[in-house]
Design a protein around this ligand. Sequence first.
Ligand code: CA
Length: 228
Amino acid sequence: MASILIVEDEEKIARFVELELKHEGYQVGKAADGRTGLSMAESGAYDLMLLDVMLPELNGIELLRRLRRSSQMPVIMVTARDAVVDKVSGLDLGADDYITKPFAIEELLARIRVALKKSHGTAVQDNGNVLSCGEVCLDKARHEVTVSGHPVELTHREFSLLEYLLENKNIVMSRDNLLEKVCGYDYAGETNVIDVYVRYIRTKIDDVYGIKLISTVRGVGYVIKDEQ
Ligand code: CA
């Protein structure tokens, strides 16, 4: 059974979630501040982290930012109600999902199952595969994108979007399809989010290197075409 790290400074919540997870058969570790949470996450002993945003010493957003330099472990952010900024920065920094306090334990358990399943699937696929189109290379195992050998900094979501388009080169992908792949099937936010991520990628790659990587197919979606 998977082991789950709970990073939460409210002892009552941490204890409650711990009991529920143990009841489901998970192994559980707990940290009550961000610094301890980061070092426990970096130990590699856990399969998934539940990460509260408001934490002493190191907040959840900063913890996640540091963790993502070295680890792609699944992270579910636990945010306060209406903390839209936290959700957006968490997802852009590579959180896999978020849940809003107060949450129903069943919903949390469902999200944990989805995140674990997704990360397991990714791990099986990623055998150091490198995807490319022209001078653009995407290394799945190293989570790196380069253009003519120059590294490009993409957020987690931009990277996923580019990865999926490269995997399906020359096939037009609809916005709905991309939304599901990049944001998850239960994504309930803005539907134009894919257009926004495409624009970010164009700013970081096309505008800088003078190439046309992702083509818009009007009324349908996007495609990356092999150079003729
Ligand atoms: Ca807190």
